[in-house]
Design a protein around this ligand. Structure first.
Ligand SMILES: [Zn+2]
Length: 290
């Protein structure tokens, strides 16, 4: 499933390629991908519109139609949005083809069809996105804000971090990776995190996301960037999907557990339960009984 770095990679590419382009003709091949209105109305409403800007909020691609509202795209599990040559034979799972006046095509492709496209007014969108959590790469992602969010939650930190109402865009892969970098046990309740741990968590999340963006995302089964290329971050994952393999820091085997139905990967040695080993007080001798 694309996470924040993959969507950000696509958005940065599209933001270079699309502004100023005009949508001439729209073909919806998979009407179930269109939300909020009939596919035909969606297609007609987009025709003739000019693309202003392309940005991201959480895992949504926000295409501003130069004063005519917004086109929103969520890639779901396997969606791809790419600029292509219309002469390229559309693959089987092509859902929407937007023919641009300059001869290019903006194509949405989705094997499993959990993605969606919809139009919105800017006002309705702002109301909707106001319910979402903080962007992890924004200035608002501070230790103070994290402490506020954690103070009210007994949820295990890995599951807590993945809740989009708190922090957006940190999915299963990057949650495991960020907690490893922060040396925090993924099972620790959020409200038990110290300020030092929250500081490390903030840095771990930002570092792993930035690094993944630099490598154009992690390639898992269906992800492709806006030019149809694979990402290269998979080779740099330190714990995710590495069960039983040696930890890159200490050499102990990486462990896999399941939390809230999702696989978590961590190193029990580098991410110890309770206080870090270094800080642990020396064990006291048991007091003699009686
Ligand atoms: Zn380790």
């Amino acid at each position: 499933m694309p996470e924040l770095p993959e969507v950000e990679t696509i958005v940065r590419d599209l933001a270079r390629m699309l502004p100023g382009a005009r949508i001439d003709r729209v073909e919806v091949l998979r009407p179930d991908l269109i939300e909020e209105e009939p596919a035909d109305a969606f297609a007609r409403a987009l025709e003739g519109r000019e693309i202003g800007s392309v940005t991201r909020r959480a895992k949504n691609i926000v295409i501003d139609l130069a004063g005519d509202g917004l086109l929103l795209v969520n890639l779901g599990m396997t969606g791809r949005l790419m600029v292509t040559d219309p002469a390229d034979e559309p693959p089987l799972h092509t859902g929407v083809r937007m023919h641009l006046r300059d001869g290019r095509e903006l194509r949405y492709h989705d094997v499993r069809r959990f993605g969606r496209l919809w139009r919105s007014t800017r006002e309705a969108w702002e109301k909707w996105e106001g319910e979402l959590g903080v962007e992890p790469l924004s200035d608002g992602f501070t230790v103070a804000h994290l402490r506020d969010l954690a103070a009210r939650s007994r949820v295990e930190v890995k599951t807590w971090l993945m809740d989009q109402r708190r922090v957006v865009g940190v999915g299963n892969i990057y949650a495991s990776e960020a907690l490893f970098r922060a040396r925090i046990d993924p099972r620790k309740p959020a409200d038990a995190l110290t300020d030092a741990e929250l500081g490390r968590l903030r840095k771990g999340v930002q570092d792993v996301l930035r690094e993944a963006i630099d490598f154009r995302g992690t390639t898992f089964l269906d992800y492709r960037d806006a030019s149809g290329e694979r990402g290269e971050f998979a080779l740099r994952l330190k714990v995710y999907d590495r069960e039983g393999q040696p930890c890159t820091v200490c050499g102990d085997p990486v462990r896999r557990i399941v939390q809230a139905g999702r696989a978590t990967f961590f190193c029990p040695c580098c991410q110890p339960r309770g206080r870090a080993r270094k800080a642990a007080a020396p064990r006291k001798k048991p007091r003699p009984k009686g």
